[in-house]
Design a binder for this molecule. Structure first.
Ligand code: PRP
Ligand code: ZN
Ligand code: MG
Length: 213
């Protein structure tokens, strides 16, 4: 039986376009953007699955996908057993603390006893612990930037890329706690045939990256 690599990509979001572009530059063709959640490549033994980025580490651990492209932020926050195979260098962003624009900021101690809304409770929790700050972490899965405006939290900790989401919600970035880029993840042990395919894929990815530097 000939094997095929199943690769999970973000369906729509910050990583999507760059992820598709990477495979295109690797000469691996497949359809996307048609609303289909799955697509088989016409010229490489790979099948692509289009999923929510936050779900990708779990699918990779469970073996539903062999590989995935996610932001490091998602991989580090996740408790799933996955391995970083390669850093991809695109979709760079930062995980930052932000507060309402009019609020004064003197430093991280300002957050003591306050509540912070985030989708990254683990990364934030570790950071606060390191900084010796005790604050309440309020976990929400999306639209975190709205939290201060509706009285749900006094600060937020979320992904910042261009900064436009913060700006349009009246928030200012006060502390960067983690810097992230897209990474290729895999199950810790792949079957031999899949491992061979992964090496072929990596060879192409590295060639594409080398051509850019
Ligand atoms: C992040 C974050 C903001 C947005 C910030 O979402 O949650 O919504 O990007 O980007 P900006 O600074 O360019 O405005 P992400 O792409 O991680 O998607 P998700 O939260 O839906 O997973
Ligand atoms: Zn996400
Ligand atoms: Mg978001």
């Amino acid at each position: 039986m000939s094997s095929i690599l199943r690769i999970a990509l973000q369906k729509s979001g910050r990583l999507s376009e760059d992820s598709y572009q990477l495979f295109k530059e690797c000469g691996i063709r497949f359809d996307y953007g048609t609303g289909k959640l799955k697509s088989v490549s016409s010229n490489f033994p790979a099948e692509f699955l289009f999923l929510r980025d936050d779900d990708i580490p779990g699918y990779v651990e469970d073996g539903v996908a062999d590989l995935g492209i996610v932001g490091e932020n998602v991989a580090v926050e996740s408790t799933h057993r996955i391995e970083t195979v390669h850093r991809l260098g695109f979709s760079k962003c930062r995980l930052s603390l932000a507060i309402p624009r009019a609020t004064e900021w003197h430093g991280i101690q300002d957050l003591a006893g306050k509540s912070i809304a985030t989708s990254y409770p683990r990364i934030l929790g570790n950071y606060l612990h390191e900084q010796n700050v005790s604050a309440e972490i309020h976990e929400i899965s999306g639209s975190v930037e709205i939290a201060p405006g509706i009285g749900l939290a006094e600060a937020i900790c979320d992904i910042v890329s261009s900064g436009s989401t913060l700006l349009s919600n009246g928030l200012k970035e006060v502390e960067v706690i983690f810097r992230s880029e897209a990474i290729l993840i895999a199950r810790p042990t792949l079957e031999d045939e899949k491992q061979n395919l992964l090496e072929k894929l990596l060879f192409r990815i590295k060639a594409v990256q080398a051509a850019k530097n």
